[in-house]
Write a protein that binds this ligand. Structure first.
Ligand code: GLY
Length: 574
C-alpha cells in the first residue's frame, strides 16, 4: 500500500536518525534528504508540481501526489512541512486562504483567516487617552487572532485521497528529527532572537545560545508532539484538549485573550470564489476578507481595453498606466473592504464596467495624479506570508497563501506546544481612520469586532484559458504588495508573453495609493525612473517585492514551474 511505502521509509529514517545517522529519507522513487537539499528554481514537469518557499516542502508535496494523492493532499502536506521548515511564515498558529479549481470544473475558496477573539473590542489597542498602542497589536500575546490553519487543512483534506495521518507524518518527522537550516533561515532566526525571547514565556527550539548558521540542525520536539496530537485526534488535537489548553495557558501568562471557547468555536468559511473574464481567459480569486481578488479584478479590468502589450514591458507608458490603476484600486481597498460577514463589501459595484471606467476617467497618461486627489489615507502592511502553487496529474489546480503576518508572527512561542502564534490583529484598523504601527489605515469596514476576520491582501489566483483549461497558478507573499505582484505576474504572462521564470523574476514595482510614491525593485529601468520623475512621480527603491510561485500550463499540457529567485523557494514535481 502507498501509505505503507511512505511510512516504512519514514520508519527507516527514524531508526537511522535515532542512531545519530543523518540518512536520506522519504519517497518510493526519490530520496528527500532533510540534511542535504538545494533549491530548484525552475523546471518543466509532465504531470504534477508544487512551487513553494522551501525545497523540502515542495518535494514532500510532490511526493504525496506521486504516492497516489492529489493536489489537495499535496496542499495539506506542503503546508504542514512549511510550518516546520519555514517557521517565519509557514504555520499552524496563523491562517490563510485557498483557491482551487477541481478537475470537474468546480471552484473552491476556503477562508481559514484568523478571527478576533470573543473578548476583542474595537478599542482594545487604545490607551486611556485614545492613543493607539500599536506595539500590542503586533508583538506578544495580545497580537494574536484565533488561528485558522489547522481547521483549513482538515477542510482541504476532505477533497484529498490520502489519510490525514499520511499527510502529517513528514512534518512530524522533520520536527522530531530535525533538518538543516539554510543561510537565509539562520539569518532570519538570528534577527528575531531577542524578540522571541522577549515575547515568549519559556525557552524554545528557535533560540539557542550561539548564533544560528547555515547547516545547523533545527529540532522541534514540542512541535512534533503537537503535530502528533493533531494526527491522533484530528482537528480536536489542536482546538481542544492539551494543545488548546497550552495556548490558553500561554495567553494567560502574557495578557492574551484567546479562550478555550474561541478555539473550539473556530470555523473555516467556504466562500464563493471571485471569477471574471480577461480577454476570454477566466481569472479566479479569493473574495473578502481578502482584498487581493478584488484588487486584481479591478486592475486587470483597468488594463483590458488598453493596448498594454503594444506599450511594451516596463516602458514608461505601461508602468505609468499600471501605477495609476494601482493607486485607484488601493484607495478603494482602504475605504470599502473588510470581513463580509460584518461589513457589506460592494463587490458588484467595485467590479462593474461602469465603475472601473469612471475610476480611470481622470487618468492622464502624461502626468501623475496626486493620491490626495483620489482619496485620503495611508496603507502599509508587514510582508511575511508564504505562497504555494500546485497542480496535479488529474488537473486539479490549487493556490494557497498563508501567514503569521509579521516574520515569526507575534514572536510568542506557545510554551510546551512549540509553535509560533500570529500577530494578525495588526491587520485590523486598530483605530479606524488612524494609522497603526505599519502605517495601515482603514475605516469602519475593517474595525475590530469579536469573531470578525481582519482584512488581508493575500491573493491566491488561478487562470483558465479560453477553453476553460488550466493556464496559470500564481500567488506570493508581500503584504500590500501582494495584489500588485500577482497583477504584474499575470500581465507578464498574458500581455507580454513571458515564460513562468521571467514572469516571476523580472523586477517589480508597486504603488499603493499612500504613500504617494512608486516603489521599485533593484534592476528596474533607470531610464523609466527618470521619465516617471519628470512626469511628477516620486520614486523610491526598496527591497525585494514578493516571492512569487507560478505554474504555467503549456499548450501540450506540460507544467512549466518557477519558484522565486528572491528566497529559498523551490519547485518539485514529476
Ligand atoms: N497579514 C498579511 C495579509 O493578510 O495581507
Amino acid at each position: 500500500m502507498k501509505r505503507t511505502i511512505v511510512s516504512s521509509i519514514l520508519l527507516l529514517w527514524q531508526l537511522n536518525c535515532t542512531a545519530q545517522s543523518l540518512s536520506p529519507i522519504i519517497g518510493a522513487n526519490k530520496i528527500i534528504d532533510p540534511y542535504h537539499y538545494t533549491s530548484v528554481k525552475s523546471q518543466t514537469f509532465d504531470k504534477a508540481s508544487v512551487a513553494c518557499a522551501h525545497p523540502l516542502a515542495s518535494a514532500i508535496g510532490a511526493e504525496m501526489m506521486k504516492q497516489g494523492g492529489n493536489a489537495f493532499d499535496a496542499a495539506v502536506a506542503t503546508q504542514l512541512v512549511l510550518a516546520v521548515v519555514y517557521s517565519n511564515a509557514g504555520n499552524i498558529g496563523g491562517g490563510g486562504f485557498l483557491v482551487a479549481r477541481k478537475s470537474d470544473g468546480k471552484s473552491i475558496a476556503l477562508d481559514y483567516r484568523e478571527t478576533a477573539p470573543a473578548k476583542a473590542s474595537r478599542d482594545m489597542y487604545l490607551d486611556k487617552n485614545g492613543n493607539a498602542q500599536t506595539l500590542l497589536s503586533q508583538f506578544g500575546h495580545q497580537a494574536s487572532g484565533v488561528p485558522g490553519t489547522i481547521a483549513g487543512l482538515f477542510a482541504t483534506a476532505a477533497y484529498g485521497k490520502l489519510p490525514f495521518k499520511t499527510l502529517i507524518q513528514p512534518a512530524i518527522d522533520l520536527a522530531e528529527y530535525g533538518y538543516t537550516i539554510t543561510e537565509r533561515e539562520a539569518a532570519a532566526l538570528n534577527s528575531v532572537r531577542e524578540s522571541l525571547i522577549k515575547n515568549s514565556t519559556a525557552p524554545s527550539a528557535f533560540v539557542k545560545e550561539n548564533k544560528w548558521k547555515a547547516g545547523d540542525t533545527l529540532i522541534q520536539k514540542d512541535m512534533a508532539e503537537t503535530l502528533k496530537r493533531i494526527r491522533d485526534n484530528g482537528q480536536k488535537g489542536f482546538y481542544e484538549g492539551k494543545t488548546a489548553q497550552l495556548i490558553v495557558d500561554e495567553m494567560k501568562k502574557g495578557g492574551g485573550i484567546i479562550s478555550l471557547e474561541d478555539l473550539k468555536n473556530y470555523q473555516v468559511k467556504s466562500r464563493t470564489a471571485l471569477e471574471f473574464k480577461y480577454k476570454g481567459n477566466t481569472i479566479i480569486g479569493m473574495p473578502p476578507p481578502s482584498s487581493g481578488g478584488l484588487i486584481v479584478w479591478q486592475l486587470m479590468k483597468m488594463m483590458e481595453q488598453r493596448p498594454l502589450a503594444n506599450y511594451g514591458f516596463q516602458t514608461t507608458k505601461s508602468v505609468q498606466l499600471m501605477v495609476e490603476a494601482e493607486r485607484r484600486s488601493y484607495a478603494d481597498r482602504a475605504e470599502f473592504m473588510g470581513d463580509p460577514d460584518f461589513w457589506k463589501v460592494p463587490v458588484k459595484t467595485l467590479t462593474s464596467d461602469a465603475y472601473i471606467k469612471n475610476r480611470m476617467s481622470d487618468y492622464d497618461s502624461n502626468k501623475a495624479t496626486p493620491s490626495k486627489e483620489i482619496k485620503a489615507g495611508v496603507i502599509k502592511e508587514s510582508e511575511e506570508t508564504t505562497h504555494i502553487s500546485i497542480i496535479d496529474q488529474y488537473g486539479n489546480m490549487i493556490s494557497i497563501t498563508t501567514t503569521l503576518n509579521n516574520s515569526y508572527g507575534s514572536r510568542t512561542v506557545v510554551a510546551g506546544a512549540g509553535f509560533i502564534m500570529n500577530d494578525e490583529m495588526d491587520d485590523f484598523s486598530v483605530k479606524p481612520g488612524v494609522a497603526n504601527m505599519y502605517g495601515a489605515i482603514g475605516g469602519e469596514a475593517n474595525a475590530i469586532a469579536p469573531g470578525k476576520r481582519m482584512l488581508s491582501s493575500m491573493t491566491p489566483t488561478l487562470v483558465l484559458d479560453k477553453k476553460k483549461k488550466p493556464l496559470i497558478v500564481a500567488g506570493t507573499p508581500g503584504g500590500t504588495t501582494i495584489p500588485t505582484s500577482v497583477f504584474q505576474t499575470l500581465v507578464n504572462i498574458l500581455e507580454f508573453d513571458m515564460n513562468a521564470t521571467d514572469a516571476v523574476n523580472k523586477p517589480k514595482f508597486h504603488h499603493q495609493w499612500m504613500p504617494d510614491e512608486v516603489m521599485t525593485e533593484k534592476g528596474f529601468s533607470e531610464d523609466v525612473k527618470k521619465q516617471l520623475l519628470a512626469m511628477g512621480y516620486k520614486i523610491s527603491e526598496r527591497g525585494a517585492i514578493g516571492r512569487t510561485e507560478v505554474i504555467k500550463i503549456l499548450a501540450d499540457g506540460k507544467r512549466e514551474v518557477a519558484a522565486d529567485k528572491r528566497g529559498d523557494d523551490s519547485v518539485s514535481g514529476f
